[in-house]
Every structure is written in C-alpha cells, then in structure tokens.
Design a protein around this ligand. Structure first.
Ligand SMILES: Nc1ncnc2c1ncn2[C@@H]1O[C@H](COP(=O)(O)OP(=O)(O)OP(=O)(O)O)[C@@H](O)[C@H]1O
Length: 255
C-alpha cells in the first residue's frame, strides 16, 4: 500500500487555481522530495494532504485512511512541520514538547523520555528552558521537528524544513530523518534546493502550475540530465530564461 494516495486534488483561491488536479501515489519507507518553482502549489498541496486545508475536490488517503473522512485517525499517524508554523511561544522548548506529547495521548514519563532524547539529538538541550519566542529560526525548525516526531508518526510532512537552518543543524536534521526513514517510515518534504533533494531523496515529484510534471524514483526523474537541477529546469520550462535581454540597464555604464 502506498504511504499517501492523492486522487484528483483541486484547489482554487478566487480566480487563482493553486492545485489543478493532482494524482499521486507516494511509496512507503522513502525519502520523498516535492519540488517546484515559487507558486507551484507545494504548500497548498501539503496543506490539503495533511488535513489543514479542505480541497475543492479530490481525495487523500494516508495508510489507507481518508484524510477528510477520518481526520482524527489520520492525524494520529502523521507528523507535520508546516511553513511558518505558529507555536505556543510563551512555553519553553521542553514545555512545548511536554504539551504536544500529552495532546498526542502519550503517558507523561514516555513524553519526558522522548523529549529528553529529541532535545539532545537536535542540540537543543542547552536551550530547553528558554522560551520558544526567543529561539532563532533554525532552533524553531528543530523544536517544530521534535514536536512533529514525538508520537513516532508513520509519515512525516515537512514544508521547507531546511530553510533558515545553518549547515550544522541541517546535518543534524538530516541524520535524524535518515534514521527515521531507515526504519520504514516515510518523509515527504518540499524544497527549492535541488542539490539537497538530490542528495537526500530516493523519490521525487516535480510540481509546476499546480500540476505534477514528473514523479518517481530520483534516477527516473533525472533521466539523462546531468543533475536534478537541469532536469527540473527542463521540466518546468525555465531553461534559458535569463534576465540578459530585459535588464540591460543594470550594472556598470549609464546610471
Ligand atoms: N490563501 C491564499 N489565497 C490566495 N491565493 C493563494 C493562497 N495560498 C496560495 N495562493 C496562491 O496559490 C498558488 C500556489 O501557492 P503555494 O503557496 O501553494 O505555492 P508554493 O509552491 O508553496 O510556493 P513557494 O515555493 O513560493 O512557497 C500561488 O499562485 C499563490 O499565490
């Protein structure tokens, strides 16, 4: 069974079609990259897939359960780190994890154990008693990731998890996620950084204009192109689209 099955997903915002009929089956146990240019519909798709935004039409199943018919069952099985996540900022990192764990129905001592381990692995132990409002961008991503992992979900959805994260923290996050997928869990994440997707993901979906342009194992999507970046530019029709002709006034010369 695929980890995620999406059928005929559509979303309009007024005149703007954000997602224009997506069909996708994401295999389980893979590190999956969802890539696409700005405005491609990645966040809208992930929001609908994780039960945060109701689609105009279409269906989403996670582990065989329908996201919109049975939201509580699905939400118990997934972890989500959305873009611009709002957190309870007046809690410390540890308090936030304790609160999240109890909301997830975990026993208190289990929450304590898992929180201690996650804070440690994610290099947040020293900041565990600091309020989340005082965390840096990277620290916020890491505490958000810890909260999303606490209940050991089957599928983890991450919107731009590496944005604003320094290379050391990125490596830490990467190791945690690699360990998680190695045990059979699925990670689906959106990113603009092709090198990162190429080095992390075994399966990718390319989204542009609200539609899937290509999907499948990384090597199949890359095809004969030297890098995923080249394949991506070809697929989204941006190859050769340079600013040379239009910005002839920019730079040295006439002011
Ligand atoms: N709440 C909204 N109201 C109106 N239009 C929206 C809304 N959310 C998204 N859109 C539009 O839908 C389209 C897809 O947006 P979305 O945020 O899903 O793209 P994205 O691929 O995540 O982009 P980025 O990489 O820039 O984050 C865009 O044209 C955007 O302007």
């Amino acid at each position: 069974m695929p980890a995620v099955r999406v059928e005929g997903l559509w979303k309009r915002f007024g005149e703007q079609v954000a997602v224009a009929g997506i069909d996708l089956e994401i295999p389980a146990g893979r590190f999956v990259g969802l890539v696409g240019p700005n405005g491609a519909g990645k966040t809208t798709t992930l929001s609908m897939v994780t039960g945060l935004l109701r689609p105009d039409s279409g269906r989403v199943e996670i582990g065989g359960a329908d996201v919109w018919q049975d939201p509580a069952a699905v939400k118990a099985r997934i972890g989500v780190l959305p873009e611009g996540l709002r957190m309870f900022e007046r809690l410390s990192g540890r308090e936030l994890l304790a609160y999240t764990g109890r909301l997830r129905g975990l026993p208190g001592d289990e929450v304590d154990k898992r929180a201690t381990q996650l804070l440690d692995v994610l290099d947040l132990a020293g900041a565990q008693n600091k309020l989340v409002v005082d965390y840096s961008t990277g620290m916020r991503k890491k505490i958000g990731l810890a909260a999303a992992l606490l209940h050991n979900p089957e599928v983890l959805f991450l919107d731009e998890p590496f944005e604003g994260v320094d290379p050391v923290s990125a490596q830490t996050i990467r190791k945690v996620l690699e360990r998680y997928t190695a045990s059979g869990a699925t990670v689906v994440f959106s990113s603009h950084v092709m090198e990162l997707v190429e080095s992390l993901c075994s399966w990718v979906a390319v989204l542009a204009g609200g539609r899937i342009r290509a999907h499948g194992p990384l090597a199949d999507v890359r095809g004969d192109a030297p890098t995923l970046q080249d394949a991506f530019l070809e697929l989204v029709g941006m190859r050769g689209n340079t600013a040379d002709d239009n910005l002839d006034w920019l730079g040295g010369g006439t002011r």
